[in-house]
Write a protein that binds this ligand. Structure first.
Ligand SMILES: Cc1ncc(COP(=O)(O)O)c(C=O)c1O
Length: 356
């Protein structure tokens, strides 16, 4: 069975207007009043946030993060100043402190379900008390809840479209301000092709994964969608179908499956020593996007997994000497709610065959 790649569409009724009048709530937001502003993508949300709140400012951004983040900040007219992320995803207090003498905005990223240490949280609180604006990106740990180390930002950024069977969705959360998306068409060529790919994937899976032509077609639609995602950066609102899906399903708590799969995979990987191991320890309350591992012979393993119908991502492959070693070791193994023990065993078996 094929594991990974895009999520197929769910049943159509989940995309109809919501009967549930609840506003958008992520697990960490339960007790607080947040204003949520939705856009087509995370990169749209980032661009709007910086264009509206800090035009022309310098922003401290981790050197290890998806390229779409610094690019969106630059499109907003801001200057990106990098701070370094070490191989264990930590930052240096001294480095950031020195850089903050000229920069008053700090972009913090939650890496793949990793909890910030007490020392890191003390540093972040210190900077907040000094008047630094903290922008917290929760994209890679979206459904996590931790009153000690999650949801502390002045602004919170997230891309929800990667987690659900929707084509689009990125947001800004703030307790002080909401942001308007332009009143334009939300269905552009990116979401048009992405939705088609998700529908065809559903058809392919339901037909027993035998129809190679169907697979080729959904892959072609997927590649077209990504081509448009990376060529049209217009700010667009979230589409009604995606928003309906988010509101209709937010009480389902299906993400506990991710934690279960993650824990199972972690146990299974214990046999492999340093060849492949989880890159972060998952703390209680944290929900992983996927299982990010550090491994030897990463690109060969990636290809071997593809040959065996397992499609992993790399978060992130960056051409930057400072993060060369991290960029060349990491791999994200799918462990989302589509899967259970059977698929995790399939993944472990292929990894075992590879390193044998
Ligand atoms: C940490 C992080 N923030 C923001 C984004 C941007 O989200 P989107 O792809 O929806 O524009 C990404 C994209 O992968 C990301 O990894």
């Amino acid at each position: 069975m094929e594991i990974g790649s895009i999520l197929q569409t769910a049943s159509y009724d989940k995309y109809l207007p919501s009967q549930n009048s609840d506003s958008f709530k992520l697990p960490f937001m339960q007790d607080d009043e947040w204003l949520s502003s939705f856009f087509q993508s995370g990169r749209n949300a980032i661009e709007v946030l910086f264009a509206e709140t800090a035009p022309g400012a310098s922003v401290l951004v981790p050197d290890f993060v998806c390229g779409t983040v610094p690019e969106a900040i630059q499109r907003a007219g801001c200057r990106v100043v990098n701070y370094h992320i070490d191989d264990d995803f930590t930052f240096s207090f001294e480095e950031i402190n020195a850089l903050l003498s000229e920069t008053k905005i700090l972009y913090i990223v939650h890496f793949f379900g990793r909890k910030f240490s007490e020392t890191e949280m003390k540093a972040i609180s210190h900077w907040k008390n000094e008047g630094i604006t903290v922008v917290e990106d929760i994209t890679m740990s979206l459904y996590s809840k931790d009153p000690e180390a999650f949801g502390f930002g002045d602004y919170i950024i997230g891309s929800i479209r990667k987690w659900l069977p929707v084509s689009d969705g990125g947001f800004i959360l703030s307790k002080a301000k909401s942001f308007d998306a332009p009143k334009m068409q939300s269905v552009n060529l990116y979401s048009y092709y992405y939705q088609l790919a998700q529908m065809l994937k559903k058809q392919y899976i339901e037909a027993g994964e035998k129809d190679a032509k169907l697979k080729e077609t959904y892959m072609n639609f997927y590649h077209e969608s990504i081509r448009y995602l990376f060529s049209d950066y217009s700010i667009a609102p979230i589409s009604p179908v995606s928003m309906n899906y988010i509101l209709n399903t937010q009480s389902q708590n299906s993400y506990f499956k991710r934690v279960q799969n993650y824990t199972y995979l972690s146990e299974g990987l214990k046999d492999f020593g340093d060849s492949i191991r989880p890159a972060v320890i998952l703390n209680p309350g944290y929900v992983p996007f996927g299982m990010v591992v550090k491994c030897t012979k990463r690109d060969e393993l990636l290809q071997y997994l593809i040959k065996n119908d397992i499609y992993c991502n790399i978060h992130w492959r960056l051409d930057l000497p400072a993060v060369f070693s991290l960029s060349n070791q990491i791999l994200t193994i799918p462990c989302d709610e589509r899967y259970g023990k059977k698929e995790m065993d399939q993944i472990l078996q292929v990894i075992k065959d590879f390193y044998r």
